[in-house]
Design a protein around this ligand. Structure first.
Ligand code: MBD
Ligand code: FE
Length: 284
């Protein structure tokens, strides 16, 4: 037996009442959004004949998701973060704003308050024995095309097991390991030494993984490094780079890979360049 009750006038009135639209007070924007989302949910229950058992399974999963602190993890997994970026891109395009470096999603694992230094930082504390040294450097340009001195480059990435400091299930990383803030020098330049990160995988057995596997999907990301770039009088850029050659580059569960964000890697083995990059000895 299937019934459709969504369009009944009493149900439509009920939606207005439960979202507070029938009275003053409260927050009009919250009322508008809740009215729309609950309406869409009512309609989905009606259209798909979602049963009370199915609905309660969903509620139990939401409780599990919240208890695990994973709302911010399933969100990119369901493409919502990428969709928000596509909207920002579309707004920029409509305004005629061209972004030289594409934006991509922040993800749920940024931590504010990383140690700050000028021009250069070493990100890793040297305790990841499998780490392959990585050097990255570049220039931050303002929207005027000129190098931006004193810009802030916040960098964060995971270790060779795919674990981020502050979120390491083994508890083995020091706070802010592989997280730094670099202020660009007088020529707008930044440079850092770290190690090549591994890809990331959602925690095994977690509510996020359970939903993804019910969708027949994996919860893996290709190896990547996150950035916030900001400067006085400018919009903040949120972006990432991928490590070229990672087999998952075009199979990211969080849909963050974008053209222009997969720089070439160069393996340096000559003495002069190793020395110049300080890889042989301690870094100043
Ligand atoms: C990550 O490291 C990440 O960058 C995203 C977007 C989601 C989960 C873990
Ligand atoms: Fe990440």
């Amino acid at each position: 037996m299937t019934v459709k009750i969504f369009n009944r006038p009493d149900i439509q009135d009920f939606l207005k009442v439960l979202s507070g639209l029938d009275q003053n007070g409260g927050n009009p924007r919250v009322k508008q959004i809740i009215h729309r989302i609950v309406s869409d949910l009512f309609k989905a229950i009606d259209d798909l004949d979602i049963t009370p058992d199915e609905y309660r399974t969903g509620i139990a999963w939401l409780n599990e998701l919240g208890a695990a602190g994973q709302a911010g993890l399933i969100s990119p997994g369901l493409g919502l973060d990428h969709f928000l970026d596509e909207r920002l891109d579309a707004i920029d395009e409509a305004l005629g704003i061209k972004n030289e470096t594409p934006r991509t999603i922040e993800g749920p694992l940024y931590v504010a308050g990383a140690p700050e230094s000028k021009g250069f930082a070493r990100l890793d504390d040297g305790t990841d024995a499998d780490g392959h040294p990585l050097i990255m450097h570049g220039t931050v340009y303002g929207s005027d095309g000129k190098p931006a001195a004193g810009a802030k480059v916040e960098v964060w990435h995971c270790d060779t097991r795919g674990f981020y400091s502050h979120f390491d299930p083994t508890g083995k990383q020091a706070p802010f390991n592989m997280r730094r803030t670099i202020i660009t020098d007088e020529n707008g330049r930044y440079k850092f030494r770290s190690i090549v990160p591994h890809g990331y995988g959602v925690p095994p057995g977690s509510p996020t993984e359970k939903l993804l596997s019910a969708l027949g999907r994996h919860g893996q990301r290709p190896a990547h490094i996150h950035f916030f770039v900001s400067a006085e009088g400018h919009r903040k850029l949120t972006t990432q780079i991928n490590i070229a050659g990672d087999p998952l580059i075009n199979d990211d569960f969080a849909y963050a890979t974008r053209e222009g964000l997969v720089p070439d890697l160069v393996e340096r083995t000559d003495e002069a360049s190793i020395k110049a990059n300080g890889l042989a000895g301690p870094f100043a």
